[in-house]
Design a protein around this ligand. Structure first.
Ligand SMILES: [Zn+2]
Length: 221
Protein backbone atom coordinates (compact mmCIF):
# COMPACT_ATOMS: atom_id res chain seq x y z
CA UNK A 1 0.00 0.00 0.00
CA UNK A 2 1.11 3.51 -0.76
CA UNK A 3 1.51 6.22 1.85
CA UNK A 4 -1.58 8.13 0.65
CA UNK A 5 -3.75 5.04 0.83
CA UNK A 6 -2.53 4.08 4.31
CA UNK A 7 -3.11 7.63 5.53
CA UNK A 8 -6.64 7.58 4.11
CA UNK A 9 -7.45 4.15 5.59
CA UNK A 10 -6.08 5.12 8.99
CA UNK A 11 -7.96 8.44 9.05
CA UNK A 12 -11.20 6.60 8.29
CA UNK A 13 -10.43 3.97 10.91
CA UNK A 14 -9.66 6.54 13.61
CA UNK A 15 -12.94 8.27 12.79
CA UNK A 16 -14.81 4.94 13.23
CA UNK A 17 -13.02 4.27 16.52
CA UNK A 18 -13.86 7.74 17.81
CA UNK A 19 -17.47 7.30 16.72
CA UNK A 20 -17.87 4.04 18.62
CA UNK A 21 -16.05 5.42 21.62
CA UNK A 22 -17.95 8.71 21.82
CA UNK A 23 -21.41 7.43 20.99
CA UNK A 24 -21.51 4.05 22.66
CA UNK A 25 -18.68 3.41 25.10
CA UNK A 26 -19.12 6.69 26.94
CA UNK A 27 -22.90 6.62 27.02
CA UNK A 28 -24.51 6.57 30.47
CA UNK A 29 -27.67 4.58 29.79
CA UNK A 30 -26.43 1.35 28.29
CA UNK A 31 -26.93 -2.18 29.51
CA UNK A 32 -23.99 -4.51 30.04
CA UNK A 33 -24.75 -6.70 27.05
CA UNK A 34 -24.86 -3.80 24.61
CA UNK A 35 -21.73 -2.32 26.12
CA UNK A 36 -19.86 -5.59 25.52
CA UNK A 37 -20.89 -5.63 21.87
CA UNK A 38 -19.60 -2.10 21.29
CA UNK A 39 -16.47 -2.83 23.26
CA UNK A 40 -15.85 -5.82 20.99
CA UNK A 41 -16.36 -3.67 17.90
CA UNK A 42 -13.88 -1.16 19.30
CA UNK A 43 -11.32 -3.90 19.92
CA UNK A 44 -11.81 -5.33 16.47
CA UNK A 45 -11.18 -1.89 15.02
CA UNK A 46 -8.07 -1.79 17.19
CA UNK A 47 -6.95 -5.01 15.56
CA UNK A 48 -7.44 -3.45 12.12
CA UNK A 49 -5.35 -0.52 13.36
CA UNK A 50 -2.53 -2.88 14.34
CA UNK A 51 -2.54 -4.51 10.92
CA UNK A 52 -2.68 -1.23 9.02
CA UNK A 53 0.06 0.14 11.27
CA UNK A 54 2.33 -2.72 10.20
CA UNK A 55 2.38 -1.29 6.71
CA UNK A 56 3.22 2.19 7.93
CA UNK A 57 6.91 2.96 7.66
CA UNK A 58 6.41 6.05 9.84
CA UNK A 59 7.44 8.24 6.91
CA UNK A 60 6.61 11.54 8.58
CA UNK A 61 8.34 10.97 11.89
CA UNK A 62 7.09 11.02 15.44
CA UNK A 63 5.38 13.49 17.73
CA UNK A 64 5.68 13.72 21.50
CA UNK A 65 2.59 12.87 23.49
CA UNK A 66 1.64 14.35 26.86
CA UNK A 67 2.98 11.28 28.64
CA UNK A 68 6.41 11.79 27.03
CA UNK A 69 6.10 8.97 24.50
CA UNK A 70 6.85 9.38 20.83
CA UNK A 71 4.10 8.29 18.46
CA UNK A 72 4.03 8.09 14.69
CA UNK A 73 2.32 11.07 13.06
CA UNK A 74 0.50 8.77 10.64
CA UNK A 75 -0.39 5.53 12.42
CA UNK A 76 -0.06 6.61 16.05
CA UNK A 77 2.14 3.68 17.03
CA UNK A 78 4.54 4.22 19.89
CA UNK A 79 8.19 4.38 18.82
CA UNK A 80 10.28 1.31 19.64
CA UNK A 81 7.40 -1.00 20.61
CA UNK A 82 7.73 -4.40 19.00
CA UNK A 83 5.04 -5.38 16.50
CA UNK A 84 3.14 -8.50 17.49
CA UNK A 85 1.52 -9.50 14.21
CA UNK A 86 3.08 -10.62 10.97
CA UNK A 87 1.81 -9.42 7.65
CA UNK A 88 2.67 -11.35 4.50
CA UNK A 89 2.29 -10.51 0.84
CA UNK A 90 -0.36 -12.67 -0.82
CA UNK A 91 1.80 -13.40 -3.84
CA UNK A 92 5.44 -14.36 -3.85
CA UNK A 93 7.54 -16.05 -1.16
CA UNK A 94 6.75 -15.28 2.45
CA UNK A 95 9.70 -14.78 4.73
CA UNK A 96 9.39 -15.07 8.47
CA UNK A 97 12.25 -15.05 10.97
CA UNK A 98 15.96 -15.71 10.58
CA UNK A 99 17.96 -18.93 10.42
CA UNK A 100 18.99 -19.49 14.03
CA UNK A 101 21.54 -21.98 15.32
CA UNK A 102 22.63 -23.04 18.83
CA UNK A 103 24.64 -20.15 20.26
CA UNK A 104 26.06 -21.26 23.59
CA UNK A 105 28.47 -23.86 24.99
CA UNK A 106 26.64 -23.80 28.29
CA UNK A 107 24.46 -26.69 29.46
CA UNK A 108 21.18 -25.22 30.63
CA UNK A 109 19.05 -26.52 33.50
CA UNK A 110 16.05 -27.37 31.32
CA UNK A 111 14.65 -27.21 27.80
CA UNK A 112 12.80 -23.99 28.42
CA UNK A 113 15.97 -22.12 29.40
CA UNK A 114 17.92 -23.70 26.53
CA UNK A 115 15.34 -22.82 23.88
CA UNK A 116 16.31 -20.20 21.32
CA UNK A 117 13.20 -20.68 19.22
CA UNK A 118 10.44 -23.28 19.10
CA UNK A 119 7.92 -22.04 16.61
CA UNK A 120 5.28 -23.62 14.40
CA UNK A 121 3.44 -22.49 11.31
CA UNK A 122 0.64 -24.35 9.56
CA UNK A 123 1.13 -23.29 5.98
CA UNK A 124 -1.68 -24.23 3.57
CA UNK A 125 -2.25 -27.42 5.53
CA UNK A 126 1.39 -28.44 6.06
CA UNK A 127 2.85 -28.12 9.55
CA UNK A 128 6.35 -26.76 9.90
CA UNK A 129 8.16 -26.54 13.22
CA UNK A 130 11.60 -25.12 13.90
CA UNK A 131 13.15 -26.01 17.25
CA UNK A 132 16.56 -24.51 18.00
CA UNK A 133 18.02 -25.04 21.43
CA UNK A 134 21.30 -25.16 23.30
CA UNK A 135 22.35 -28.15 25.43
CA UNK A 136 20.24 -28.89 28.45
CA UNK A 137 19.94 -31.40 31.27
CA UNK A 138 17.18 -33.92 30.88
CA UNK A 139 15.96 -36.85 32.91
CA UNK A 140 15.37 -40.14 31.19
CA UNK A 141 12.02 -41.87 31.32
CA UNK A 142 12.75 -43.38 34.73
CA UNK A 143 13.15 -39.85 36.12
CA UNK A 144 16.38 -40.79 37.92
CA UNK A 145 19.13 -40.70 35.35
CA UNK A 146 20.18 -37.39 33.98
CA UNK A 147 21.56 -36.96 30.51
CA UNK A 148 22.66 -33.93 28.58
CA UNK A 149 20.64 -33.24 25.47
CA UNK A 150 22.80 -31.90 22.66
CA UNK A 151 22.39 -28.46 21.19
CA UNK A 152 20.34 -28.82 18.00
CA UNK A 153 18.52 -27.15 15.23
CA UNK A 154 15.61 -29.45 14.34
CA UNK A 155 13.20 -28.75 11.49
CA UNK A 156 10.05 -30.85 11.37
CA UNK A 157 7.57 -31.06 8.51
CA UNK A 158 4.26 -32.88 8.79
CA UNK A 159 2.09 -33.55 5.76
CA UNK A 160 -0.69 -36.14 5.30
CA UNK A 161 0.39 -37.92 8.49
CA UNK A 162 3.99 -38.25 7.25
CA UNK A 163 6.70 -36.63 9.35
CA UNK A 164 10.13 -35.50 8.26
CA UNK A 165 12.75 -34.42 10.80
CA UNK A 166 15.98 -32.78 9.77
CA UNK A 167 18.75 -31.99 12.24
CA UNK A 168 22.52 -31.63 12.08
CA UNK A 169 23.11 -35.41 12.08
CA UNK A 170 20.01 -37.10 10.70
CA UNK A 171 17.18 -36.95 8.26
CA UNK A 172 14.33 -39.05 9.55
CA UNK A 173 11.06 -39.84 7.80
CA UNK A 174 8.15 -41.43 9.60
CA UNK A 175 5.42 -42.89 7.42
CA UNK A 176 1.73 -42.48 8.14
CA UNK A 177 0.83 -45.59 10.14
CA UNK A 178 -2.81 -44.82 10.90
CA UNK A 179 -5.01 -47.68 9.80
CA UNK A 180 -2.02 -49.98 9.25
CA UNK A 181 -1.56 -53.25 11.08
CA UNK A 182 1.79 -52.91 12.78
CA UNK A 183 3.83 -55.47 14.72
CA UNK A 184 4.81 -55.02 18.33
CA UNK A 185 8.54 -54.56 17.74
CA UNK A 186 10.46 -51.89 15.94
CA UNK A 187 13.76 -52.60 14.21
CA UNK A 188 16.28 -50.62 12.25
CA UNK A 189 19.14 -51.57 9.97
CA UNK A 190 21.27 -50.65 7.02
CA UNK A 191 20.10 -52.14 3.70
CA UNK A 192 23.00 -54.64 3.56
CA UNK A 193 21.97 -56.04 6.95
CA UNK A 194 18.50 -56.94 5.71
CA UNK A 195 17.73 -60.12 3.78
CA UNK A 196 16.99 -59.64 0.09
CA UNK A 197 13.51 -61.12 0.32
CA UNK A 198 12.65 -58.73 3.21
CA UNK A 199 14.11 -55.77 1.40
CA UNK A 200 11.38 -56.22 -1.19
CA UNK A 201 8.88 -54.95 1.39
CA UNK A 202 10.49 -51.54 1.33
CA UNK A 203 9.36 -49.26 -1.51
CA UNK A 204 12.58 -47.25 -1.51
CA UNK A 205 14.62 -46.23 -4.54
CA UNK A 206 18.17 -45.00 -4.04
CA UNK A 207 19.70 -42.39 -6.30
CA UNK A 208 23.44 -42.68 -6.89
CA UNK A 209 26.12 -41.71 -9.38
CA UNK A 210 28.48 -43.98 -11.38
CA UNK A 211 30.77 -44.24 -8.32
CA UNK A 212 27.85 -45.32 -6.16
CA UNK A 213 27.86 -42.09 -4.24
CA UNK A 214 24.52 -41.53 -2.55
CA UNK A 215 22.48 -38.72 -4.07
CA UNK A 216 19.06 -39.14 -2.54
CA UNK A 217 16.14 -41.49 -2.21
CA UNK A 218 12.53 -41.79 -3.20
CA UNK A 219 9.86 -43.52 -1.15
CA UNK A 220 6.80 -44.75 -2.99
CA UNK A 221 3.62 -44.29 -1.03
ZN1 LIG B 1 3.50 4.88 11.48
Amino acid sequence: MKIEQIKKELTGLFRSMDFVSNNFLNKEEMNKKEFRIFLNIYQQLGLAWEFLGLQCKHWEGYKRTTDKKETCKICGKVKGVKDVYYLFPEKGPKKLGMKLKPNSEKIFENKREATIIDDTIIFHGALLNVDVHNSYKSRLLDGKHQINMAAERIVKLKESGIECHIDQHLIYIKMNDTGKKLGKMKYGGFPWEIKRKNLKNFPVIFDFDENHRFLGLTILR
